[in-house]
Write a protein that binds this ligand. Sequence first.
Ligand code: GAP
Length: 446
Amino acid sequence: MTEQTSGQLKMEKIVALCKRRGLIFQSSEIYGGINGFWDYGPAGVAMRRAVEQLWWRYMVEQRDNVEGLDSTIICHPMVWKASGHLDQFSDLMVDCLDCKKRFREDQLETPGVCPGCGSKKMTEPREFNLMMKTFVGPVFDEEHVAWLRAETCQPIFVDFDQIRISSRQKLPFGIAQVGKAFRNEINPRFFTFRSREFTQMEMEFFCRDDESMKWYDYWHQERWAFYTKILGIPESRLKIHHHEKLAHYAKAALDIEFEFPFGWGEIEGVHHRGTWDMSRHSQFCGHELKYFDQERNEHYYPTVVETSCGLDRMCLALLCNAYDEDTAPTRKEGIEDDVRVVMHLPALVAPVQVAVLPLSKKLEDKAEPLFKDLRRCLRADYDVSGNIGKRYRRQDELGTPYCVTVDFETANDQAVTVRDRDAMTQERVALDKLAKFLLDKIQPVA
Ligand code: GAP
């Protein structure tokens, strides 16, 4: 099998698992779906929120010099004029005159040939703006046009003074926001990797220009540590791509890339944005966003260093990294080895962190209160149906790191068996020590 087909096959298995186990599936599927939009089911939403919370804790709550923001998705339309999105946020597209499909010009493997039907009747490349348009108020005319935000950082620049004054922060400091962004991508593809509606987690750090490269290096290191130490992604599956072509106002930019089954893809950008955003908004709204530096007795535009990642891409990277199949010999004669699908998700982001499995319905009196107790501090599940092997398999597929079995000995020895998903070990743990035992294993390294 070539590398490409095995990658494709792996991706198909991940997409199928996500649908089967209620992680991620097509939006409006009963209507045939809508291209580039994805819904997160019960397990998906649990995981996605856990990842978002980890980011928020690491980037905002554990720092003195980063504040949070939750702004609206629709802002004053001039925001997008000032940011340059209305004039420049576009891709070159080409249309096939035979099958009528539309493609991004830079993604054609053979220029001038339709990747859909092979036709050579393609239009010349044309600019296509990626902003999503809507109308505010009851009149649908050009005067009432508004735009769904294409990135979450613009409201951060617009609200800079409000936040700085109310939080009494002095430079250098950052503002972070998590929220939806919308882009009318010409070719949504690779599952959630390129969607039309997605969630960004961005942090804009405002500093003096002469210190900006020091901060750029600092945030580069911090973001790398987040992926490797907090999310546990091996360094071998991550790489840094330093940009050579830079915007005229920027001093540096890099992407953190992950090795997806379909190839290397960007999950995060660390960008030096110069004073572009602050000076442009000042110019377009008439409100001066210069900062008064008391120590230097000087007014200047803060220089911005940005860390920008997509929550959906981060979750996809975690799912791809976690996916694994191993074989276990089956006891049934004439049947080949069983394939066990196991998601090695870090316990911190697993949709279910502990599953309580009574060996028999007769043990529910003991097992149910235990489950209710554990779910006060952990994401817990309770499953009493089917044989124990099948229940373990279901939990393995969902990435549950610990399964607790309540058996007929439990009433006597006041203990349960804890099965570790990865080590496949089984350990007897006293009931009154169980919550602490699990929490100690699940807590992140400091
Ligand atoms: N404020 C800078 C900015 O938005 P970007 O490189 O366009 O930069 C940042 O986007 C991150 O947002 C990307 O690294 C990616 O994780 C995510 N992202 C961008 N477009 C996306 C899309 N169509 N679908 C899913 N995630 C996307």
